[in-house]
Write a protein that binds this ligand. Structure first.
Ligand SMILES: O=C(O)CCC(=O)C(=O)O
Ligand SMILES: [Fe+2]
Length: 320
């Protein structure tokens, strides 16, 4: 073995997670520590556009005021408490194992309206659409930016995870100058079902070609997510899961073609993982009409009822 190889291995090891008990699983399957690496952190003084181009993502800490994030979190939790899904005290964000949501909101339409009301609360919008993140987005695009009015608020209980996918097939009827901003609402530890991106996957031709111009709403039989198991995909492409824990105030920004998903929420105390994803683009570019305006139709015309989180936390859904 050459010196060079030893150096490479040492360098990788210092960045990997070495836990005696890995808490990272995907559909119950353990993710070997050798396939995990910490995301690189960026700060606002860096050349963010080139870094986003190069790495496919930007992890930026302390973008939002943490107090605002906690206020948004507590507002969401209180709404979940009101439908019986969160235990007392609601601020702890512990799943009750029970739900009254469907009793109060029996139809998809009503469930969607309930989720819309929460998603549009001022406490949440002050964070996810506020001045601080907009400034970051303006500097990334080098011009004035705007956000989709639609927001993807997610509450993930133990055992739940988002499937491996890219965002492009879900939101490509406007400009391709579009980024996702993933905002944790509260602390998210490594075993709380945190988000991952696959290293360098934004450059994979295979995925780009497979999904380019695919639109999940124009053909209902098309699957938006990637069918191959993430562990198999990572091994086949000789990639790695890049991930992190998060604190209130942090955000993760990435483009439409990077492969990502979330690990299973393995928190043993029943802590719900709360996050919200939003989309930003230049103001001068056309916006996907499904996600703009005061009553965004979103996917399949269901509005906020298209989101799996609009369903009671006790109900299981198949990813689309
Ligand atoms: O929060 C998750 O589990 C997935 C988030 C995601 O897919 C996104 O932000 O685009
Ligand atoms: Fe996504």
């Amino acid at each position: 073995m050459s010196d060079n190889m030893i150096l490479v291995i040492d360098d990788r090891e210092s960045e990997m997670y070495f836990q005696s008990e890995s808490s990272f699983t995907l559909q119950g399957q353990l993710v070997p520590p050798t396939l995990l690496k910490k995301m690189d952190e960026s700060n606002l003084s860096e050349d963010l556009p080139s870094k986003l181009n190069r790495d496919g993502y930007l992890l930026i800490r302390k973008v939002y005021d943490p107090d605002d994030v906690i206020k948004a979190r507590n507002m969401v939790l209180q709404c979940l408490y009101d439908v019986g899904e969160v235990k007392d005290p609601y601020e702890s964000g512990t799943f009750s194992g029970f739900s009254n949501r469907r009793k109060f909101y029996p139809s998809t339409k009503e469930l969607g309206e309930f989720w819309k009301k929460i998603s549009e609360m001022e406490q949440l919008r002050r964070v996810i659409n506020g001045e601080k993140i907009t400034k970051v987005m303006n500097s990334i695009f080098g011009e004035q930016t705007v956000h989709f009015s639609f927001a993807w608020l997610r509450a993930m209980i133990q055992g739940k995870a988002s499937p491996v996918h890219i965002d492009h097939p879900y939101m490509n009827r406007g400009t391709d100058k579009l980024v996702t901003c993933w905002t944790p609402l509260g602390e998210i530890a490594e075993n709380d079902g945190t988000i991952y991106v696959l290293e360098k996957s934004h450059l994979w031709k295979e995925i780009r070609e497979k999904f380019l111009n695919i639109d999940i709403d124009s053909n209902p039989s098309i699957l938006g997510h990637i069918e191959e198991k993430p562990l198999e995909l990572v091994n086949r492409k000789k990639s790695i899961f890049l991930t992190s824990s998060f604190n209130p105030g942090d955000c993760l920004i990435f483009g439409m073609f990077i492969v990502h998903g979330s690990f299973d929420n393995n928190n043993r105390n029943g802590k719900i993982r709360l996050s919200c994803d939003t989309r930003f683009q230049p103001k001068s570019e056309p916006m996907d009409p499904r996600f703009s305006g005061s009553t965004p139709e979103a996917h399949r015309g269901l509005g906020y009822g298209c989101l799996s989180s609009s369903l009671p936390l006790t109900e299981v859904v198949k990813p689309k």
